[in-house]
Design a protein around this ligand. Sequence first.
Ligand code: DC
Length: 219
Amino acid sequence: MVIAIDGPAGSGKSTTAKYVAEKLGFIHINTGAMYRGIALKCIQDDINMENSSQLNHLLAHTKFKFEKEGGSTLFMDGVDISAELASVQVTNFVSQVSAISEVREKLVQYQRDMADGLDVVLEGRDIGTVVFPNAEHKFFLVADIHERARRRKKEMEANGEVVSLEELTSEMEERDRKDTTRRHSPLKKAEDAVKIDTTGLSIEEQVNHIVEIVNKTIK
Ligand code: DC
């Protein structure tokens, strides 16, 4: 069974997807982490995104794996890169990387292969619309922009990074704009997705809401 959870940055996707997967005993695939992984590699290897042979070489030689221990940790080419993915540098570059059609094609195929035949919770921007348009369950999380910026600030502070709320809000607005207006697979709610506004909800409430809906179709 595939459960698709989409929504903008800070809407609560990652934490919700992680706990929904835990409660149901499903695998959790954070597709945003994969786009971030490619962005990280481009920065580290000084890849010119305009140079398609450099980019295609990078895409052909990148392997991803999610390990279940302690949640869902992304390994890229055998290395745990989770700590590096939330950096400001990666966050600011990832919208550019995820707008490139070659990157999307490669990662969408990867995501379909990884989920093949398994019970999975996939979270991202295009899971219910492009990656798994026939997913058994689709959820679209939204939240007020100020609340989303506050959540991201807390997350970044936990990583030792200090950014002002104003700066984060405008960066988030800019990322929303890029994610929703890009040509390939823009962020949008699938028509048949259940919309959940997480602004006033606790993680537990979000998780339970989704698990209840899913359980009705399992039992
Ligand atoms: O969820 P996140 O903030 O970690 O995602 C990072 C970026 O990757 C985000 O700006 C949009 C992009 N992304 C995407 O285009 N498609 C996905 N399925 C997941 C993420």
